[in-house]
Design a protein around this ligand. Structure first.
Ligand code: FCB
Length: 444
């Protein structure tokens, strides 16, 4: 099944899977407030087939069965996210106790099964009431996020193995405010520049607030793409370098060096940044205990002088692609992990997402090969000195893949959305074999 052995990764290495609240929970009852993904997905034209997260995988009711799937395969940890509008329906102020009770059940359910809870505070389901006030474009979001983080820590902190503030700030800021692909669907340079700063300022503000409460093992989850030139021409190599700045260095330089890359400011964001953002950079770079690394693919870039800002374009690549159309490039995971370790930080790194969308079915040899190659890339990065301490496959279940709706299936476990029946795929069995040495699932 997989060519690597569990022992190759080291004694304390953590294997898990990842999910996100809006993508699996459904359960828009019991006092849960509205989120930007509810209205964005309900707006015609924004998601494939008009799909929404109204029901999703009904994890709100079926969480125990889903945790059984994790423990049956021998996973050590589960990376999940809290739904902000389920806990604090208006984003600030009154709490929804039924929401707190739900996460009590899920977290205690993990601990009963000997699964370490890896929590993400924000995986994109912003309360609509905060969007009404400007959402990530409003600097006040730093305080809103910090207050929410403290509420979570007070109730659950002693039971969490690790906490990440934000999932994929590039998606929160650039994909959602510049490219308009994700909620709230803005396509505006000023909105994107502000969100790009506020998302990291809010992260650092929340980290400082959590530290003041005594919270432990705090981090952030960044996503990375290896950017390469479409050709070896200097202008295309420069285009790739600029995309590396937009996607990777903005977040790495901000979080670990307390500064934003000059090329990204100069080629686009500079005139639109919030006044005095430089004074926030000590907060942006608040010390962390661990870093989550999400990695899926590489991208090829070429110069596009017809654009007045960020004068580059993405070019289709020649490698084998997943159902998302993303090139399969496992070397990129080794490259990213070793680069972070060499150039940025020696705190522990965990691969917090990695996986592929495949056509529907439970026999998924390409997914097994994808995971196998990327697990080997983790081992190669470890040999080159990267302190990689964990690996989480995306995802436990087929789920609501944002703008792609239910059409794109990333799960180790198949979900029949008509019946909500879960069926482990062959890739699930491959992880089970790696983790327990057994290859037959007891979960039907
Ligand atoms: C990441 C997201 C995750 C999932 C995967 C495929 O960008 O964090 O929610 O959609 O991509």
């Amino acid at each position: 099944m997989f060519s690597s052995k569990r022992a190759d990764f080291g004694d304390d290495f953590i294997f898990g899977t990842a999910t996100a609240s809006y993508q699996i929970e459904g359960g828009q009852t019991d006092g849960r407030g509205s989120s930007i993904w509810d209205t964005f997905s309900a707006t015609p034209g924004n998601t494939y087939n008009g799909d929404t997260g109204l029901i999703a995988c009904d994890h709100y009711s079926r969480w125990a069965e889903d945790l059984d799937l994790l423990s049956d395969a021998g996973f050590d940890a589960y990376r999940f996210s809290f739904s902000w509008p389920r806990l604090i329906p208006e984003g600030t102020g009154a709490r929804n106790e039924k929401g707190f009770d739900f996460y009590d059940r899920v977290i205690d359910g993990m601990l009963e099964r000997n699964i370490k809870p890896y929590a993400t505070l924000y995986h994109w389901d912003l309360p609509s009431a905060l969007q009404d006030k400007g959402g990530w474009m409003n600097r006040d979001i730093a305080g809103w996020l910090a207050d929410y983080a403290v509420e979570i820590n007070k109730r659950f902190g002693d039971r969490l193995a690790a906490t990440a503030t934000i999932n994929e700030p590039w998606c929160v800021a650039f994909l959602s405010h510049m490219l308009g692909v994700h909620a709230p669907g803005y396509r505006d340079l000023r909105a994107a520049a502000r969100a790009s700063h506020h998302v990291l300022f809010a992260h650092g503000t929340a980290i400082n607030a959590l530290r003041a409460e005594g919270a432990k093992n705090l981090g952030i989850v960044l996503n990375f793409e290896v950017a390469q030139g479409a050709t070896g021409k200097p202008e295309d190599l420069a285009a790739a370098r600029l995309w590396d700045g937009i996607f990777n260095r903005w977040y790495l330089d901000g979080v670990f060096k307390g500064q934003y890359p000059a090329d990204v400011l100069e080629k686009g964001f500079g005139p639109y940044m919030p006044d005095g953002f430089e004074n926030d950079m000590a907060t942006v770079s608040a010390p962390l205990d661990w870093l989550g690394v999400n990695y899926y693919t590489r991208g090829l870039y070429a110069a596009d002088p017809s654009r007045s800002v960020f004068p580059i374009k993405k070019v289709d690549g020649p490698l084998e692609k997943t159902e998302m159309g993303w090139e399969i490039f496992p070397e990129g995971l080794e490259e990213i992990l070793t680069r972070i370790a060499a150039d940025y930080t020696d705190i522990p790194l965990a691969v917090t997402e990695n996986g592929m969308a495949e056509v529907e079915g439970t026999d998924d040899p390409r997914r097994i090969a994808y995971y196998d190659a990327h697990l080997s890339a983790v081992l190669a990065a470890q040999k080159r000195g990267a302190n990689v301490t964990g690996y989480f496959g995306w995802s436990l279940l087929d789920n609501f893949e944002w703008a792609e709706g239910y059409a794109k299936r990333f799960g180790l476990v198949h979900v029949d959305y008509d019946t909500q029946k879960r069926t482990p795929k062959k890739s699930y069995e491959a992880f089970k074999m790696l983790l327990t040495g057994a290859n037959q699932s007891q979960v039907a």
